[in-house]
Design a protein around this ligand. Structure first.
Ligand SMILES: Cc1ncc(COP(=O)(O)O)c(C=O)c1O
Length: 522
């Protein structure tokens, strides 16, 4: 069957999703002229949608001249050279017949919508409190220190920085990073390290290097929306594994199956039932749930992945924001060569410089380097050189220690406020670091609706639906605490709890009303 994946929860109509995915398969060459595509009834059954959904998508593609139906023989992909008659493209042409203007939307390659979380904060008054984003606090950026580093490197090697650079990264940054990573116990050579524009780009490069439309990756569900967008854009099948928010077992460290984080039984079952190309995981302070895998669970993940021979992409972006002692990463625990680790300065320092890195076996790094070359040639050299200087002076460690202490206080403040204010029936995760806490409202609540009321009172958060690529749980939400001062945290959570209580009372009243027996009108 064709590699098609429809998302019923998307606001994009199913027939448009199907039309665009079929069109993409033609453009990528997966479907070639003369190929027969399934009958609408057959495809509808396979996708679990109504037959008219498929019929509407086929009708659009036929009007574009991409497919043609032949009574009794089936529906076929058309050739551009006219081996099959192509319907004139007038109705769907990107050029409007009436005014000659280009209809750009009709040319977009896919159906992605603007679902960016950052848009939630649009139009919020300055005194509003936003828990929407998981970002560092810009008020604490050491701007003067960065300016000093920037001036130094420009004075010392300005011409070199302004010239084109190496696609694997700026040499001095690679050197200081290798020192840092080796001091953490990783046996690395220069050839194991690629500088990227951040973890988002690393995921994109990995996707381009390894995945074709229809391939499958396993990801935590819910997960970081940027990863969902990359794989969806590449027509990759995302197989979701649920994330366990809390451990029911007090002896959790010894029992990997009771670890918070990705559900290991479900992971194994997914690998058993599917041909999977990559497993993408965030073992430390997973975004959005804030959960971390225990050491035992990490060992088990590596064992399971090795058994099914599926490489792991470990997103290590939050790992250095741990309030207590550090847990070894999958990369540190891996005795084979099955882990690609991606990391970045975005959470531990400054996301605006857009610098991150990726560590992997040499042949993987070489392939990713080639892909990067065709993507952006190399990462910005002024950012790389400035960060190298910042690290060399010992200022990154100093900054990180300061921010870790700040975030630890903020985490304690949000836990205290949640404990104190949230009504019974709401549950939340207890991370030991990172930037977010995940809340589960009582069953039946919709966090998107709650946001409408909370917004009226100047408090914002990220509804859970942004983070799911399947089976969204509407009663979930993420609270990003790193960028909110302690006093604001206390005020914001108290307000949110008040709003939630009002909504709960409304629901109770509604339920009671529904219980009153109706008097028959005679
Ligand atoms: C889990 C995760 N991975 C990757 C990214 C993107 O990171 P970067 O800024 O390094 O591209 C984020 C950003 O929020 C994230 O939460």
């Amino acid at each position: 069957m064709l590699p098609l994946q429809l998302q019923p929860q998307s606001h994009i109509p199913l027939y448009i999703q199907l039309r665009d995915q079929l069109r993409a398969l033609v453009h990528t060459g997966e479907l070639r002229p003369g190929d027969r595509i399934p009958a609408s009834r057959e495809l509808a059954t396979h996708l679990g949608v109504h037959r008219t959904t498929v019929a509407n998508a086929y009708a659009e593609l036929e009007s574009e001249g991409l497919i043609q139906g032949h009574v009794g023989r089936g529906t076929f992909i058309c050739a551009a050279d006219g081996t099959m008659k192509i319907t004139p493209p007038a109705p769907s042409s990107p050029i409007s017949a009436t005014n000659g203007a280009v209809r750009w939307e009709s040319l977009f390659s896919d159906e992605r919508g603007d679902e960016a979380l950052s848009r939630l904060t649009d139009g919020v008054p300055a005194e509003g409190i936003s828990f929407v984003l998981a970002r560092p606090d810009a008020q604490h950026f050491p701007v003067a220190a960065i300016r000093q580093c920037c001036n130094t490197v420009m004075k010392r090697e300005g011409a070199r920085i302004l010239q084109m650079g190496a696609s694997d990264g700026y040499g001095p940054l690679k050197e200081v990073l290798l020192d840092l990573l080796r001091s953490e116990g990783l046996q690395l050579r220069n050839e194991n390290l690629l500088i990227t524009d951040g973890c988002q780009q690393a995921l994109d490069l990995i996707c381009k290097a390894f995945l074709r439309p229809g391939d499958s990756v396993v990801m935590e569900n819910p997960t970081y929306p940027g990863a969902i967008a990359i794989f969806a854009g590449a027509r990759v099948r995302c197989l979701g594994v649920p994330v366990r928010a809390e451990s029911p077992d007090p002896k959790v460290n010894g029992n990997p199956l009771a670890s918070p984080g990705v559900d290991l039984n479900a992971l194994e079952a997914t690998l058993m039932a599917n041909r999977v190309k990559l497993i993408v995981l965030t073992p430390d302070f997973q975004n959005p749930t804030g959960t971390s895998l225990t050491i035992a669970a990490r060992r088990r993940v590596i064992e399971i992945a090795a058994r099914y021979q599926v490489p792991i992409v470990e997103d290590h972006i939050y790992a250095r924001l741990r309030t207590r002692e550090k847990t070894p990463s999958l990369k540190q625990l891996d005795r084979g060569n099955g882990v690609i680790q991606i990391d970045s300065f975005s959470k531990m320092a400054f996301p605006g410089l857009r610098v991150g890195w990726c560590i992997a076996p040499e042949n993987v790094i070489e392939r990713l380097r080639l892909v990067k070359q065709t993507t952006d040639l190399h990462t910005d050299q002024l950012s790389q050189a400035t960060l190298a200087e910042f690290i060399r002076r010992g200022w990154l460690v100093r900054h990180l220690n300061k921010m870790r202490a700040l975030y630890t206080r903020r985490l304690a403040a949000i836990e205290k406020a949640l404990e104190r204010h949230l009504p019974e029936g709401a549950r939340w995760t207890r991370p030991e670091g990172g930037m977010c806490v995940w809340v589960e409202l009582p069953a039946g609540f919709d966090a998107s609706e709650l946001l409408i009321h909370a917004r009226e009172h100047g408090v914002l958060f990220a509804p859970g639906r942004y983070f799911y690529f399947q089976n969204p749980q509407p009663n979930t939400l993420r609270l990003g605490f790193a960028g909110v001062a302690e006093r604001e945290i206390a005020r914001g959570i108290a307000t949110l709890a008040d709003v939630l209580r009002v909504e709960m009372r409304k629901r109770q009243r509604g339920a009671r009303r529904a219980e009153v027996p109706r008097v028959a009108l005679v």
